[in-house]
Ligand binder design. Sequence first.
Ligand code: NAI
Length: 724
Amino acid sequence: MTESTTIRWEQDRSGLVTLVLDDPHQSANTMNQAFRDSLAVITDRLEAEKDSVRGVIITSAKKTFFAGGDLRDLIRVTPDTAQQLFDGGLEIKRHLRRIETLGKPVVAAINGAALGGGFELALACHHRVALDAPGAKIGCPEVTLGLLPGGGGVVRTVRLLGIADALLKVLLQGTQYSPRHALQNGLVHEVAATHDELMAKARAFIDANPESQQPWDKPGYRIPGGTPSNPKFAANLPAFPATLRKQTAGAPYPAPRNILAAAVEGAQVDFETAQVIEARYFVELAAGQTSKNMIQAFFFDLQAVNSGANRPKGVEPRQVRKVAVLGAGMMGAGIAYSCARAGIDVVLKDVSAEAAAKGKGYSEKLCAKAVAKGRTTQEKADALLARITPTADPADLAGCDAVIEAVFEDTALKHKVFQEIESVVAPDALLCSNTSTLPITTLAEGVERQSDFIGLHFFSPVDKMPLVEIIKGERTGDEALARAFDLVRQIKKTPIVVNDSRGFFTSRVIGHFINEGVAMVGEGIEPASVEQAAAQAGYPAKVLSLMDELTLTLPRKIRTETRRAVEEAGGTWEEHPAEAVIDRMVDEFGRTGRSGGAGFYDYGPDGRRTKLWPGLREHFTRPDHRIPFADMQERMLFSEALDTVRLLEEGVLTSVADANIGSIFGIGFPGWTGGVLQYINGYEGGLPGFVARARELADRYGARFTPPALLVEKAERGERFADA
Ligand code: NAI
């Protein structure tokens, strides 16, 4: 290899070399083999022609600066190929180190996103100037994919910012900063408003610093804030594992643990040794299952879902301009805010002007908070609020090209509100219901244009939750599905698409999680350890506290309706052991959940959770009764995974990516698994291992753990869950 194919060398008469990252075969520059080869060629040339080089600017010809490691390569790394990854990583580090110690000033002119490997490349430069481009992000998000920055990112951020700031601001959270915030947090030195200014600032640095050195290569350098060998520093160290515990709640997230170790160990040795330590911890993560799960979910599945693999082809994209939101309660208020934030005019209707205004008040609160925190300007907040018109008058809905209904969960009421407005809104308006459980096909019977009717299931709190579950009724048309998909993308949320069924995918599957937790309390297991099992499995919400949030009366209502529907269809209702526990809680003890002031937990007068209700131990717990902790965790995880497979069998779910993304983003299935079906793929022993374990759980805890035929067949054929 004698030629650089992905890095262009441009040199002016003054000896200033601009290295332009420009991979001819890809839309973004990545750390692929061609880049590694090019970097070697360029580094050799810089050293050979050093005398005629005055300084170096590294920039890119793409929209992004540099995208980092190629995830397609990383997801294929196995313990057998780990050595290769280790060697390749060290090779890149060596080249970057050679550039860094060339004795000439090197500036990163960051013209777009510099995340992961891109930021690591910039960190090897003596000076970083970032273009304040809209949407440009800077940082090390590797932890969110179960990895650590293995291109010198740990070693250099620790030396740049000190251990504490490197961990908390950059490495452990994977925060992606705007150029301005990157400046405030010490990740870059300067920000430029235009491309010309970016290059001018880069040149100015070189003119002023003919012989640059990194701070850590200067004599007498010490890591800011000290290192663990300093007694003062050591006194603060115990705080880190606490942060870590909070972040991962003991769930199997190895990345934060390895990041912490690489940072602390690397701070106590010389630069080169620290690079090797970082490489070891990186390779361990890359060869492990968790990073593969997380890359699958948070990169590949998310891309598949957002890019519209599910959107019917051939329907022209359309933007909604004015939306009617019916019902200004908790969900309607949140939906109104999310739509207005995306620039859509909103008419927010409730039964009275006061109720509608109260719904708008929610947006007012969120806007005030965003302004106070500097996340938006007063002007933008005012414009957002001006787009929301609260009303009680159906006539105000004239001209709306989409309707999102969020009134009480009652079929007759939902029919009535649609009847009231169908002839007022635009004649081809998209008609959506935010029901969480009612069949869309039945709701559609309340409107004239059934093919335009669709389910749009948001999650609470709407402004924070990234997912929307789109539900196709039996008569929903392709046009409506495409428009619903476009609307969800327009408000910058992630859409999954499922077919109609009671509870759809998300509500049905989360019900199994909750039922399993409640059933364990009924069996006599200590409630605190049930909560602990959920947290350590990686669930963001503990199971009994979640039940309290949703209210104990909700599953009773759903159960009554579902049971009636099953029996009407000639089926038999199979009772879940959780039902008796919930009935006792409500009927015998009058505890209906947080909104009722008492549930599995006690609540203070301000509605805050205080402690688990001591009565649980008195009435349910058998002090001598214990089951293995792993069984407790896996009963929750398996109950959700097994029902997801049943939903695939029934045709409610049609895509693996939808199941994985929907489970993590909608109902809090633990992120380390890569989603509910990836959990099965990645289970020890693969699908056969999962089937064997499900049978074991079925023997111990009930037939509900019997693996469905689809799963057993796939396991026998040696397949896994993957989209075609
Ligand atoms: P909510 O009780 O907070 O709000 C319902 C609102 O609808 C109230 O403001 C009520 O005044 C209004 N309303 C009643 N009749 C009306 C009418 N004829 N015209 C206009 N407005 C009317 O209920 P929430 O929690 O916002 O739920 C609304 C819907 O969203 C339900 O179908 C629920 O199942 C669904 N959902 C709820 C979720 C949650 O976490 N609470 C999550 C996803 C969906």
